[in-house]
Ligand binder design. Structure first.
Ligand code: NAP
Length: 309
């Protein structure tokens, strides 16, 4: 078998075009435009490259995009103060704290300072808890991007065995929760798991390990769908966590690296910013972008919520 490639770039384009259409439709009644603010601490080259893509996408959509830059030596109190200011700023609908942070800063503590309604990375404990409980909230961009890719290839998670390798708060755990909510039997693997055994049984493999080519092609069950979240740099080239060529011989669908999941993360960030601005997921009457499997009422919140410090 030779797997079909899942083209994240064309799916990203589709999503961004849909957001642009929805924005044009909603803008009339809503007033203003979605505001996205990115906070960067230090000069990590990968972060600078990722932020450039976010800026480009946001500005192309006509969002009010801003960046707040801090020295790598920034104190936690400086960042908390800035986040609280942004929480109070009615023109800011989405706040993203670019990760990774310098070692002296605690990403979880800082993410918890962001107003959950502006938490477009979906990392605030309130949003993580809502995902855990199956309630509406802002979802982490990468796993929701993976769900979108699966919809695109018409993969039905219900009743399928999904194996997620990696248990980070930003990818592995929310990925498992989204698949569980879609009625898959979700298994999370980590360093102490028998990964080959789990992967051999999986109808869907999501690799979020951070080690190049560590998921071996020979482990893939024939016909399985393989989603490679990994982004690793080797000799200036990007490679995933999956042995791509070997896995392609067995899988039915596979994502390339680059051009697969990575392309989706920026699109889903724009989507989350749009939702944070709109105050609710758009109804299908308003917007065709409603691809969430988790539809239902999400009450419109006030256009601007003032949080006391
Ligand atoms: P992370 O926080 O470092 O987590 C890695 C996870 O993989 C951990 O849970 C770890 O297990 C597990 N792991 C590591 N080695 C393993 C092994 N040999 N066997 C089984 N499990 C193992 O990484 P992350 O932030 O989730 O990112 C994972 C990868 O995705 C990275 O390559 C990252 O660059 C990429 N990424 C891509 C995007 C995108 O937009 N495409 C977004 C985010 C991340 P333990 O918990 O036991 O240590």
């Amino acid at each position: 078998m030779s797997a079909q490639l899942i083209d994240g770039i064309s799916i990203r384009t589709k999503i961004l075009e849909q957001i642009a259409r929805d924005l044009a439709r909603l803008k009339r009644g809503q007033g203003g435009v979605p505001g996205l603010t990115v906070i960067r601490v230090g000069d990590d080259p990968a972060s600078i490259a990722y932020i450039r893509q976010k800026k480009l996408a946001a500005e192309n959509l006509g969002f009010d995009y801003r960046e707040h830059l801090f020295a790598a030596s920034a104190r936690p109190s400086e960042l908390i103060e800035r986040i609280r200011q942004l929480n109070r700023d009615c023109t800011v609908h989405g706040i993203l704290l670019q990760l990774p942070l310098p070692a002296h800063l605690n990403a979880d503590e800082l993410a918890a300072e962001i107003d959950p309604d502006k938490d477009v990375d979906g990392l605030h404990p309130v949003n993580a808890g809502k995902l855990f409980q199956g309630r509406h909230g802002l979802r982490p961009c990468t796993p929701s991007g993976v769900m979108r890719l699966l919809e695109e290839i018409r993969f039905q998670p219900a009743g399928k065995k999904a194996v997620i390798v990696g248990r980070s708060n930003i990818v592995g755990k929310p990925m498992a929760m989204l698949l569980l909510a879609a009625d898959a039997t979700a298994t999370i693997c980590h360093r102490r798991s028998d990964v080959p055994d789990a992967v051999r049984q999986a109808d869907l493999v999501v690799a979020a390990v951070g080690t190049p080519r560590s998921i071996k092609g020979a482990w893939i069950k024939p016909g399985a769908v393989v989603i490679d979240v990994g982004i690793n740099r080797i000799d200036g080239k990007l490679v995933g966590d999956v042995e791509f060529e070997e896995a392609s011989q067995r899988a039915s669908f596979i994502t390339p690296v680059p051009g697969g999941v990575g392309a989706m993360t920026v699109a889903m960030l724009m989507h989350n910013t749009f939702l944070a601005w709109a105050g609710r997921p758009p109804s299908s009457a308003e917007a065709g972008i409603l691809f969430w499997s988790e539809t239902g009422p999400w009450p419109m919140r006030a256009a601007c919520v003032q949080h006391p410090i």
